[in-house]
Design a protein around this ligand. Structure first.
Ligand SMILES: *[C@@H]1O[C@H](CO)[C@@H](O)[C@H](O)[C@H]1NC(C)=O
Ligand SMILES: *[C@@H]1O[C@H](CO)[C@@H](O)[C@H](O)[C@H]1NC(C)=O
Ligand SMILES: [Ca+2]
Length: 227
């Protein structure tokens, strides 16, 4: 059989293509904050304003920070207020704050092994909970009838005490963070569980990690990795 160069080439291209797009292999952007700082952060540009009466916020996080130190995991601030901050508290609890006092969850410590986290909140009932690797926390009633206000900035790595400023090195995030997605509604428990291992499916309709623009300031390593 005579195999033309063109056929060889297309066979070659076919093999390359099939070997890099294995079923189930998904490549995503990964952020590493290598050290404590009061000036390194990443701004995420959402797909739409954070005018929210409910949300689901998910991410994959690994951090080796231990001991009594607050660690900011996600910050959304307008010119007037901290509208949504997600924390690892100094005692290891995980929490979020909507313009005021927060809701805290006693859960296993974050570690250097990646943990899939989702936080949910619904204004109509105030129902709040988190999911760690798909396992649901208890549900707490928090900020019923509250609304998160639009026109702020979403940042990873720092807690701004003013609009994009007044960062505290002792609250900075150190570690890796990826797959940050946000929806303006509460996903079902099963959808959240599926996300942990199935890895595919639509991204958030408020923040879609696959497409959201990442604006890096300071020292943050951005790379592609397999999810
Ligand atoms: C950060 O924490 C260290 C150790 O506790 C302390 O010495 C330092 O003053 C703190 N820095 C700021 C800016 O609070
Ligand atoms: C992100 O993009 C990858 C590759 O295009 C796709 O397989 C995956 O389902 C997407 N994930 C989300 C969360 O959109
Ligand atoms: Ca602060």
């Amino acid at each position: 059989m005579v195999c033309s160069d063109k056929m060889r080439l297309s066979l070659f291209v076919f093999l390359i293509t099939t070997s890099t797009v294995l079923p189930g292999a998904v490549t995503i952007r990964n952020l590493v904050f290598p050290a404590e700082s009061d000036n390194s952060f990443v701004e995420l540009v959402p797909q739409k304003p954070l005018n929210l009466a409910a949300f689901t916020l998910c991410m994959r996080v690994a951090t080796e920070l231990q001991g009594s130190r607050e660690v900011i995991l996600f910050a959304y601030r307008t010119r007037h207020n901290d509208e949504l901050n997600v924390w690892r508290e100094s005692d290891g609890r995980l929490s979020f704050y909507l313009a005021g006092g927060g809701v805290l969850f006693q859960v296993p410590q974050l570690s250097g092994l990646e943990t899939h986290l989702c936080f949910i909140w619904d204004s109509s009932s105030g129902a709040s909970a988190l999911f760690m690797d798909g396992r649901r926390s208890l549900t707490k009633t928090y900020k019923k009838a509250h609304t998160i206000q639009p026109n702020g900035n979403v940042i990873l790595g720092q807690d701004p005490d003013s609009y994009l400023g007044e960062f505290d090195i002792n609250q900075s995030f150190v570690g890796s963070i990826t797959d940050v997605n946000m929806w303006d509604y509460v996903l079902s428990d099963s959808a959240i569980r599926d996300m942990v291992y199935k890895k595919t499916g639509p991204g958030g309709n408020v923040i879609d990690w696959n497409t959201t623009n990442l604006q890096v300031t300071g020292v943050v390593e951005v790379s592609d990795r397999e999810l």
